[in-house]
Design a protein. Structure first.
Lengths: 487, 129
């Protein structure tokens, strides 16, 4: 039941009532609304119950194991939230003078330095507000770089077919044509196809390493050489950085530009699709094009770099410094880990994935790339089960919910049929991994004994199997009191 | 096993082509619609648009993925299946019939580049690794 449907005329709760405005408003009369806003009229207790009930229906990292591949759903440490909630940060206005902002600016500056170090890059801008915005900034810098050299014939960005959907989207947003590069059966980029695709029209290539197939791109240096020799730049999609954090640096692999998903690798919350953080890091030749603002340090004083300092910048992506609270959390997370801790993130993320893969393989599941070691995530294909037992990856995913596990990513990457992409992250205990493996094995047994149990799952959640087609085609998102009353 | 009508020609990217007098009708194969799953959205080109062979001419979206449709032969669009805009599931229900996408007036005879039903069946089998 919606909170609007509990509404009774005249009922109110005063706890959160805004202070009455007594000052004269400097807004022209014709711009002021005349009618009352549509708000639910409920008591304070009704509000508390309504939202507490809803929150108990959440499937979240705080309540369940959440092996959503490519999303790095790791624990968000409470300590860093507490620090980000310090009065001095929380009540700091972004338009404050530099002299009054040294605390926040010091944190931002140090995070820039930490990210430079851990990625092997020469410059960092923290401003992009999400991975997709970071990608946009990254490709915009590639374009700005080529244009600054008068090299305007480069019209294409190469994207492997295993890429995240955001890669081709970012390239198109920046005015490029996308050319797809196929993947070989070992999960690596098809080098011959790449060789045939590069040329004077190549602006760059966008790669995720480890790739979305959950394996490390073994020929990365050869790829870098081929693309660089053709005059193109290499973009590193940092979505899977958790696998290599502190171990291998994108800068050392030959990448020119990358984004980092703070809400994945640096443990800031994913909550409700945001707020995110997608800092960009670049090699020497792209430093002049970084988005503003950036924090610089002169002696002991931190100052904002602006367009006056960096005339070739691609500009600004947000009014201020991205999502400041997220930047603070990522900084504190990085400081808590230290350089040594970052190695351990990659080690345990990879160990956990490989342990889970080994257990599932032993139980009869089919890895999509059986000859390859998993990175921080891996793919199971249920193609065989689909054929023999007439169950789908979707059915398995839905049945897992009944066992109180969030489903892994399904049907991505697109080139593996009936796949589940599983990423446990480093913050799970062995017991949690075992419990998940046990549930997967149980579901597989059920698929053999009673496939209907899977096809009708979930059975124990507040809602049963949802009609995805109807949900996509008949959006019903806005409360309409007229319609509601007629129901 | 998905159906592959003998009378049609096919592209490697899973479109089918049917010749009808001086025009051709284009759609996606039964195999393609099975792989995509339930379709929820179709975007078709405007009339009189021209496409080269292999150029993206339409977009379809399922609950799993969005996919480009590559024009299997070069030509000018003379008719689109407007029924699909409100009923994309027609492609799932009847990929070779009511689920057709567009009708083209071909520029040249590049049918030789297309696959026969037999060749297409082999292609699908080889892709199923």
């Amino acid at each position: 039941m919606l909170i609007f449907e509990q509404s009774q005329k005249g009922r109110s709760a005063r706890a959160q009532l805004p202070r009455e405005i007594t000052a004269e408003l400097d807004i022209p009369a014709h711009l002021l609304r005349q009618d009352e806003p549509l708000l639910p009229e409920v008591s304070e207790l009704q509000v508390v119950r309504h939202y507490t009930r809803l929150s108990r229906k959440n499937f979240s990292i705080d309540t369940q194991f959440y092996p959503l591949g490519s999303c790095t759903m790791k624990y968000n440490p409470r300590g860093v939230h507490r620090l980000a909630f310090l009065e001095g940060f929380l009540n700091h206005h972004p338009l404050s003078l530099e002299t009054q902002s040294q605390g926040f600016m010091a944190c931002a500056y140090e995070l820039q330095e930490i990210l430079k170090n851990v990625t092997g890059m020469k410059g960092v801008s923290l401003t992009p507000m999400a991975g997709a915005q970071g990608e946009f900034a990254g490709v915009a810098m590639i374009r700005a770089y080529h244009e600054s050299r008068g090299d305007t014939a480069r019209t294409e960005i190469l994207v492997p077919d295993a890429a995240h959907g955001t890669n081709p989207a970012s390239a198109v947003q920046c005015g490029y044509k996308v050319r797809e590069i196929p993947t070989g059966i070992d999960g690596n980029v098809d080098i011959e196809a790449l060789r045939a695709a590069v040329g004077p029209q190549t602006a760059g290539i966008m790669l995720t390493n480890p790739s979305t197939l959950g394996v490390f791109e073994q020929k990365i240096q050869e790829i870098a050489k081929i693309v660089h020799q053709a005059g193109g730049l290499l973009y590193y999609d940092g979505a899977n950085l958790n696998a290599i954090l502190g171990k291998v640096r994108p800068g050392d692999m030959g990448f020119d530009v990358m984004h980092i998903n703070l809400h994945k690798t640096f443990a800031t919350p994913h909550g409700g699709g945001g707020p995110g953080g997608g800092p960009v890091a670049v090699s020497e030749r792209l430093v002049p094009f970084l988005p503003m603002p950036i924090v610089a340090k002169s002696g002991d004083f931190y100052r904002w770099l602006t367009e006056a300092d960096c005339p070739q910048t691609i500009g600004r992506l947000s009014s201020f410094m991205g999502n400041a609270g997220i930047i603070l959390r990522a900084y504190m997370y990085a400081r808590l880990l230290g350089a040594e801790g970052m190695h351990r993130v990659a080690e345990f993320a990879t160990l956990n994935a490989n342990y889970l893969l080994a257990r599932l393989k032993a139980a009869g599941f089919t890895p999509a790339y059986p000859t390859r070691r998993a990175s921080h995530e891996f793919i199971i294909t249920l193609k065989q089960e689909a054929k023999e037992l007439h169950i789908s990856a979707l059915d398995v995913a839905k049945r897992l919910l009944d066992y109180d596990f969030h489903a892994p990513t399904m049907y991505f990457p697109l080139l593996v049929p009936e796949c589940l992409l599983i990423e446990p992250t480093e913050t799970e205990s062995k017991e949690a991994l075992d419990a998940f493996a046990d549930a997967m094995i149980k579901v597989l047994d059920e698929a053999k004994a009673n496939p209907e149990l899977l096809k009708n799952a979930p059975h124990h959640l507040p809602v049963r199997r949802l009609d995805e087609v109807k949900a996509a085609r008949e959006l019903d998102l806005v409360y309409d009191p007229e319609r509601s009353h007629s129901l | 096993m998905s159906s592959v009508p003998k009378a049609l020609k096919y592209s490697k990217t899973h479109e089918w082509v049917r010749e009808e007098d001086d025009t051709v009708i284009i759609g996606i194969t039964d195999h393609a619609q099975t792989m995509l799953g339930d379709l929820v959205y179709v975007e078709l080109p405007e009339l009189e648009f021209s496409f080269e062979m292999g150029q993206e001419c339409a977009v379809i979206e399922s609950v799993k993925a969005a996919a480009d449709i590559y024009c299997p032969i070069s030509g000018e669009v003379v008719e689109i299946n407007e029924l699909l805009l409100d009923n994309p599931q027609l492609i799932n229900e009847d990929p070779y019939g009511k689920g057709w996408l567009l009708r083209l007036r071909p520029f040249e005879n590049d049918f030789k580049e297309l696959l026969t039903a037999e060749q297409y069946t082999k292609l699908v089998a080889s892709e199923a690794h």
